[in-house]
Design a protein around this ligand. Structure first.
Ligand SMILES: Cc1ncc(C[n+]2csc(CCOP(=O)(O)OP(=O)(O)O)c2C)c(N)n1
Ligand SMILES: [Mg+2]
Length: 327
């Protein structure tokens, strides 16, 4: 029998559960708003992948940078960004992270260490490598966490980024979020192992169980320790699942319904951690209250965001004259 977790460990588990639930309830609310026509354009949810964002975040410090694909709401919430401004951006409101102009796929807040939200699969990888280059060049102590999907991981620009990062020993953690789903992957090079592509460029690469937040946190801690010690980039291939289709407007199915039911029943990262806490003596009713509070927090955030004004169309001209968004 493993020994009972001490009180610090229990608190860490509670924090992880809370962080994952906040992502899940945010995403569910976003899906609902999308269905009601309150969110336009594309919207990609990461329900099922919560342990990846939360586990990675535990290894980060102020001054670190994050850059992600269009499936980015979870990382933003894990990074402590404001759900009200996030919902506002999704609903095209002036109070959103990019003044309502960016929407789900093009959100960023460099002040919070979040550099987007990128619509083109893989484009964040060379850009993230540039962020890490800047951190090294300026002798800033931070590092960059750059995440991308299994589809994006097959791209040529990703190989170029691995090569440069390894040559220059840049402070970057490459994270393949392998949800075993990528529309169009039948038209990309056939890959037997995605992390082997990083290894081929000299990066240490490890596979991680992305349905276990503690495994992700441990792998991230280890990797980040080496990166901060100046040993250069590391690649983690984090195996996960997304429960919903690719995008709400173009819902393919990543899995059959039977597979999905099995994953949700046996491997769900939120439910598994909840069960672990209960097995360690946590009060199940208290955890239900926590969940209810988080649902209420997200409902209130969405309500507040939806009441905010739309952006002033004249701001488009100002942005054009300024050569880009002004915030
Ligand atoms: C240049 C370009 N090609 C194709 C697409 C369409 N597209 C969007 S996401 C995607 C697959 C990405 O899969 P993956 O990297 O595994 O990320 P996931 O959606 O599973 O998180 C494709 C082909 C696009 N948006 N841009
Ligand atoms: Mg994928």
């Amino acid at each position: 029998m493993p020994s009972a977790p001490d009180s610090d460990t229990l608190q860490t588990w509670r924090d992880h559960l809370r962080a994952m639930l906040r992502i899940r309830r945010f995403e569910e609310k976003a899906g609902q708003l999308y269905g009601m026509g309150r969110i336009g354009g594309y919207c990609h949810l990461s329900i099922g992948q919560e342990a990846v964002a939360v586990g990675l975040e535990t290894a980060l410090r102020p001054g670190d940078a994050r850059i992600a694909s269009y499936r980015c709401h979870g990382q933003m919430i894990a990074a402590g960004m404001d759900p009200v401004r996030l919902f506002a951006e999704l609903m095209g409101r002036a109070t959103g992270y990019c003044g309502g102009w960016g929407g789900s796929m093009h959100m960023a807040d460099p002040g919070a260490g979040f550099y987007g939200g990128h619509a083109i699969p893989g484009q964040q990888v060379p850009i993230g490598t540039g962020l890490a280059f800047a951190q090294a060049y300026r002798k800033a102590r931070g590092l960059t966490v750059c995440s991308y999907g299994d589809g994006a991981a097959r791209q040529g620009q990703v190989a170029e980024a691995y090569s440069l990062a390894a040559q220059m020993a840049l402070p970057i953690l490459f994270v393949i979020e392998n949800n075993a789903a990528a529309p169009g992957q039948d038209r990309t090079p056939k890959a037997t192992s995605l992390r082997a592509r990083a290894e081929a460029h000299g990066l240490p690469a490890r596979m991680v169980d992305g349905m276990d937040v503690l495994a992700v946190a441990e792998a991230a801690d280890r990797a980040v320790l080496d990166i901060r010690a100046g040993k250069g980039p590391v690649c983690l291939e984090i195996m996960t699942y997304r429960y919903r289709g690719h995008a709400l407007a173009a819902a393919d199915k990543a899995m059959t319904d039977a597979e999905m039911r099995r994953v949700r029943a046996e491997r769900d990262p939120v439910e598994n951690l909840r069960q672990r806490l209960i097995a360690a003596g946590e009060d199940a009713a208290g955890l239900k209250v926590l969940d209810r509070e988080i649902k209420a927090e997200m409902a209130a955030a969405a309500e507040e965001a939806g009441n905010a004004p739309l952006p002033d169309p004249a701001a488009l001209r100002e942005m054009r004259d300024a050569g880009g968004p002004t915030r």
